[in-house]
Ligand binder design. Sequence first.
Ligand code: OAD
Ligand code: ZN
Length: 248
Amino acid sequence: MTPGLAALAERIAAAPRLTVLTGAGVSAASGVPTFRGNDGLWRHHRPEDLATASAFQRDPALVWAWYHWRRARIAECEPNAAHRVIAEWSRRDGCSVLTQNVDDLHVRAGTRGLIRLHGSIWELQCWEQCGQSQWREEPLPLPAAAARIDPPTCPACGSLARPAVVWFGESLDPSDLAAAGAACDCDVFLSVGTSAVVYPAAGLVHEARRRGAFTVEINLDSTPASAAVDLAIQGPAEDILPRLSLPH
Ligand code: OAD
Ligand code: ZN
């Protein structure tokens, strides 16, 4: 093991409070497309042009087709070694796991107390906010490559249903935001597989460092956070995290 990783593994093992923030890179090895990577069918659409309320208002059938395609991809994926290490850490007292991922791979890996900052791709909510609480829908039996699909509807009022995810320009759930803020009070903060450009999640590592945490980034590439953290490790999360997990 490289000396830097061995020392970090010891530091993580000894940390009374560990916080892990994840992004799409953690699920990349499972086969879930990242947002800013280049992926087949939807490569001509920027996420900023699909994951917004105005895109949905303009063309709900297009936005639903994109979500349906992503759901179909996610349904075929399994958690990888990075999800498993994080799930193991989550069973320790004092560990918080925050994710920007709307896939359910952290959940399927058994992560405890997961805070899903951007919601879940499997949940729906009423577009008209009629008061119906969020609901879960099994994947629709449609071809994954459909270019447009009829949007599902709200069981209470019959208006359009939308994915219960946070879109660009929307606020995070205040209780998730409060929990994320509290998790910045930690000894070690790991930012894993995120391009660190979408706020407020991207601000958490800086907040943790301000509050005295030892901050670490694990990413294939450098990001805007790389220069600001105490340690930036370039490499795949699914290889690096298992090397940071000490047997106990
Ligand atoms: P991005 O797609 O922006 O970034 C993924 C990051 O993972 C990149 O920095 C890659 O270099 C890195 N990466 C890829 N494969 C990796 C691997 N195997 N190991 C480690 N790192 C790897 O995804 P996010 O940062 O999660 O928001 O994006 C943040 C938010 O923007 C998303 O939650 C979503 C998106 O638009 C909303 O929908 C609101
Ligand atoms: Zn409704």
